[in-house]
Design a protein around this ligand. Structure first.
Ligand SMILES: CC(C)(COP(=O)(O)OP(=O)(O)OC[C@H]1O[C@@H](n2cnc3c(N)ncnc32)[C@H](O)[C@@H]1OP(=O)(O)O)[C@@H](O)C(=O)NCCC(=O)NCCS
Length: 133
């Protein structure tokens, strides 16, 4: 089965992860370090993979089209939404959107980051195996 989407619209997106971040996660500019957001993106993708086939183990093979549109601040409510972009034989790609609600603007969503991440299902020997089955 293959489904296409270029970004996660409200109808197709699924919430994978929600958190807030701390001062320890900031860069010298005082905003959240990009590597922290990438780590959250990878965790959100892993969670999405469990919905595809929970009996498989996955590794990340590629993170593409990563775009940081706006900064994340300490105290923002950070939500990571996923939607499938492509299901292949041994790989699955997911679109991951990072949306924040600013502390002083509750209810208002800001899409701060997006990425397309590809995971590969692997067997006990670390080699790719079919996602389905
Ligand atoms: C992921 C890994 C098992 C793939 O092994 P491989 O022998 O190179 O696999 P293949 O060339 O057969 O490709 C397997 C699938 O990945 C896809 N793929 C490979 N490279 C890709 C890339 N750069 N972007 C998107 N998909 C990619 C292939 O299209 C294929 O998908 P399909 O079966 O659905 O058509 C291997 O590269 C690996 O172990 N990488 C390290 C993963 C890791 O440790 N990640 C954590 C980050 S440290």
């Amino acid at each position: 089965m293959t489904e296409e989407c270029t970004s996660c619209d409200e109808g197709s997106r699924e919430l994978a992860l929600r958190t807030t971040l701390l001062p320890k996660d900031t860069n010298p500019a005082g905003t959240i370090f990009g590597g922290v957001i990438l780590s959250l993106i990878d965790q959100a993708g892993e969670i999405a993979m469990r919905r595809i086939n929970p009996h498989r183990r996955y590794v990340t093979v590629a993170m593409d089209s990563i775009m940081f549109h706006a900064p994340v601040f300490v105290g923002d409510l950070v939500s990571l939404y996923t939607c499938k972009t492509k299901v292949g034989n041994t790989s699955v790609s997911v679109q991951i959107d990072v949306i924040v609600e600013r502390r002083d603007r509750p209810g208002e969503e800001v899409r701060v980051t997006e990425a397309n991440v590809t995971y590969v299902a692997i067997g006990g020997d670390g080699k790719p195996i079919p996602v389905q089955g």
